[in-house]
Design a protein around this ligand. Structure first.
Ligand SMILES: [Fe+2]
Ligand SMILES: [Fe+2]
Length: 287
């Protein structure tokens, strides 16, 4: 893979890569809650700046506008491979020798699941989980594509990383959106809750007619760290959400820790994935 992006105006994947590494450091196995906080303070300035922009701009109105723009899936029909190849044009140029391409991250995630004997839909979920990052190639800023996700239209939890940056968000002092429940009913269920916009919500929309519910939870909430790592927002979750989050928790370690040094052999793996895609999807799906 070359070191520059081939898509016109495509931002480089640097913030994305930095965020992935930041997450791995944040949730290193055995790390205490206290160490987590310390890590925040000493986080590199690039990541802090990324979250400053994310928290400032992810307001209820912003999310509603982006949902309207993207959830109708009007960006064209593509096969899974076409979407993956398109995503692969987004390349991190910070360290091209050691970094994985986007497809390699997807394959390492899904192959680790396959090695552990998970069902085929689970492996498939591993492969597609970050395809929503094509939003970057549609011109969305990286703070609006990756990063932790959280509900909007109600108070921002202090369990979200860098909570102090929400003070610059227009909803921070809003009479309704700044309250605990905001526009929602207690335990209304996450399906009724608007999440900050990003690659998780978008890939859920793309996949929702094709994959089992467990898979859809994994896709939709895989960056909702405040909930699945810190137990925040239980007051909006239904009992069903709580049960389904067991799957989000099963998924998460593969996303965080499956990065290895051996690059997956695409040619060797392709036939397995051709069959897997054909089992769940028509040839092309709407993006
Ligand atoms: Fe992701
Ligand atoms: Fe990922």
């Amino acid at each position: 893979m070359n070191t520059t992006t081939t898509a016109p105006n495509a931002p480089l994947g640097r913030d994305m890569e930095e965020w992935d590494e930041f997450l791995q450091g944040r949730y290193k196995e055995g790390k205490s809650e206290e160490e987590f906080r310390v890590y925040d303070e000493h986080a590199n300035p690039g990541v802090a700046e990324f979250y400053r922009l994310n928290h400032q701009h992810q307001s209820f109105d912003y999310v509603m506008a982006k949902e309207k723009e993207y959830f109708g899936l009007s960006k064209g029909m593509k096969t899974i491979w076409e979407a993956a190849e398109f995503l692969n044009t987004l390349v991190d140029d910070s360290d091209p020798d050691t970094d994985l391409t986007q497809i390699e991250h997807l394959l390492q995630t899904s192959e680790a699941m396959r090695r552990d004997g998970h069902p085929r839909w689970f492996v498939l979920t591993g492969f597609v989980h970050d395809l929503g990052k094509v939003l970057c190639l549609y011109g969305e800023p990286q703070w609006g594509v990756v990063g932790d996700t959280f509900p909007v239209g109600c108070a921002y939890s202090d369990q979200i990383v860098f909570p102090e940056y929400f003070k610059a968000n227009p909803d921070y002092n809003h009479p309704v959106y700044s309250t605990k429940y905001g526009i929602y009913e207690p335990n209304c269920g996450l399906d009724k809750v608007h999440m900050s916009f990003g690659h998780d919500g978008y890939i859920y929309e793309v996949m929702k007619n094709y994959l089992p519910e467990e898979a859809l939870y994994m896709l939709r909430y895989h960056s909702f760290y405040a909930a699945h790592k810190h137990g925040a927002y239980r007051h909006l979750m239904s009992d069903h959400d709580v049960k389904m989050f067991e799957w989000v928790n099963k998924f998460n370690p593969y996303d965080l820790y499956s990065k290895g040094h051996t690059k997956p052999n695409m040619q060797e793996l392709k036939p397995y994935y051709d069959d897997l895609f054909a089992e769940f999807f028509p040839e092309k799906i709407a993006w």
